[in-house]
Design a protein around this ligand. Structure first.
Ligand code: ADP
Ligand code: GLC
Length: 489
């Protein structure tokens, strides 16, 4: 079974969020399970730098007026062994990808040529059938709006192949990002107005890459079963509910897994003290180290809350801003690693100024601090308004740090909520949940964390349950494999 795995992000080379983690971890597991996987990636600097034995297999003269674009083939490898050597096609275009953030400029605005950057990327992926006739994919697995036009270009190839065109599986990681562009770009993208329809790629008179992916894919997955339901039935479908309902028979949710090597407290090189669930008492050294490093003052019987996230309204951190003074009154502390939305950043900065020994914000993107906080915090907060899957709560559980989450999407599917049962032996919970998008509900749930933390036997059980939960990729990768088989027939 030959699978072309197309993505605009891949850990550890190019990452803005969880998409990269998934696309870095899943292909090697699929390979172990017997699929022949090749990657298809944009030619970002970090990709080209780590592509071993690159050779040009074709020049790209598809859509747009792009100079010197070509298709390379090589082996993608990471010097630290973070990534197993994997065959990889690269859409190399210095004009579109060199020395650039994947999506936004230095002012946080979308690149004005994003439609052509990812349009040409999709077009090149669809045309691989011509560029490399020796390796014909049975199925292309594309991710998010950046891959949304692949199935349309595949179905409208200028010179269709003699055999079958590859099937297309579209995985949506976040419906809030849709790849919307003005309709005057249709011609530049080499698209026909015949496809500019509500059952094609038209969305409120604009071009929607995401909608194209939904309508033209052979099958669609999202990253958790609950999110798959929510996007059909609630406004989390972001206006596409009807489109999802029409395709409901071709849609399912598969919960993400995690890379248990990269996220492993027993061998993590970035944390103060390694531990497993058998030696969980050593976790406290990580808390002490974090407290010292950030000069926090917090009594031993009070929880240290942590946040590791992109700061966007999606994640619900405005609720945390509202309740932080009450957490401080309870003598708790909060450490935030994140950047993004300016209002959220300045909200946390103001709290830090007001409570310098109880609130710290690391206003940056930093992988090492992410590991330290997972190990050193007592509870990770994820009050998301919507969360297609969420990986941070899975990493938190792996580190024995029970997460407090809102009951939505993958958070609902991955965390079992503590119900306040003091009978130690019957506790199966792995974290805490609140239900309404409401600061008072979040506060109530934080109070339940504070109370449970004060009962060491209960807390230890929660931590161990969280650590024992299995979120390795094995199960989900098999679900993808079954789907590939079904689609390929
Ligand atoms: P999303 O993809 O919506 O951002 P996920 O929970 O799926 O949410 O994945 C987020 C990923 O990005 C995780 O790997 C998390 O550790 C990482 N991350 C987010 N913000 C930061 C940050 N400021 N520093 C380091 N890692 C971060
Ligand atoms: C998206 C979602 C997140 C999910 C990640 C990986 O960025 O916001 O919930 O975990 O993709 O699938």
């Amino acid at each position: 079974m030959k699978i072309l795995f197309a993505t605009s992000e891949i850990y550890p080379f190019v990452k803005t969020g969880g998409l990269a983690d998934v696309c870095g971890a899943l292909p090697p597991v699929l390979h172990q399970l017997g699929a022949e996987v090749r990657l298809f990636l944009p030619g970002y600097d970090a990709i080209l730098k780590n592509l071993k034995h690159p050779c040009q297999i074709a020049k790209y003269n598809g859509i747009g007026t792009i100079q010197d674009a070509r298709i390379l083939f090589g082996i993608l490898e990471h010097p630290d062994g973070h990534f197993p050597p994997t065959p990889c096609y690269v859409f190399d275009s210095p004009q579109l990808f060199a020395a650039r953030h994947p999506y936004i400029d230095e002012h946080g605005r979308d690149w004005p040529d994003n439609h052509i950057r990812f349009g040409a990327f999709c077009h090149a992926a669809a045309n691989l059938i011509h560029y490399d006739p020796m390796w014909q994919a049975d199925l292309i697995h594309g991710h998010d709006w950046q891959c949304g036009l692949i199935p349309l270009y595949s179905q409208r190839l200028a010179s269709p192949p003699a055999g079958e065109i590859p099937k297309f599986l579209f995985t949506i990681h976040n419906i809030a990002y849709q790849g919307l562009f003005d309709n005057w770009h249709m011609a530049g993208l080499g698209l026909s107005w015949d496809d500019f329809t509500p059952t094609g790629l038209e969305f409120f008179d604009r071009i929607s890459f995401l909608k194209a992916g939904i309508n033209y894919a052979d099958f669609i997955t999202t990253v958790s079963p609950t999110y798959a339901r929510e996007i059909c039935e609630t406004d989390l479908g972001c206006g596409l509910q009807g489109v999802f309902q029409d395709r409901r028979d071709h849609l399912c949710g598969i919960l993400n897994g995690i890379d248990t090597q990269v996220w492993n407290p027993a061998h993590d090189p970035y944390i103060a003290k390694n531990y497993s669930f058998e030696t969980i008492t050593k976790k406290i050294d990580n808390r002490k180290s974090l407290i010292k490093e950030f000069d926090l003052r917090i009594p031993t019987d009070r929880p240290l809350f942590g946040i590791i996230s992109r700061l966007t309204p999606q994640k619900g951190f405005d609720l945390v801003l509202k309740i932080t003074p009450q957490l401080i009154a309870e003598k708790c502390a909060l450490i935030v690693l994140g950047n993004g939305d300016k209002d959220l950043e300045s909200g946390f900065l103001a709290l830090q100024e007001q409570f310098p020994h109880q609130v710290k914000i690391i206003n940056a993107y930093n992988e090492i601090f992410a590991h330290k906080i997972h190990a050193g915090a007592d509870c990770i907060l994820m009050p998301s308004r919507m969360e297609p899957c969420g990986l941070v709560q899975l990493y938190a559980m792996r580190y024995g740090t029970p997460p407090l989450v809102r009951d939505t999407g993958g958070l609902a599917d991955s965390v079992e909520a503590y119900q306040g049962d003091d009978n130690n032996s019957s506790i199966t919970a792995t974290g805490f949940k609140f239900y309404r998008d409401d600061a008072a509900d979040l506060l109530q749930s934080c109070q339940s964390v504070i109370q449970s933390f004060a009962v060491p036997k209960v807390w230890k059980t929660l931590c161990i349950n969280a650590m024992r939960a299995d979120f390795s990729w094995d199960i989900s990768a098999r679900a993808y494999l079954d789907l590939y088989k079904k689609l390929i027939g």
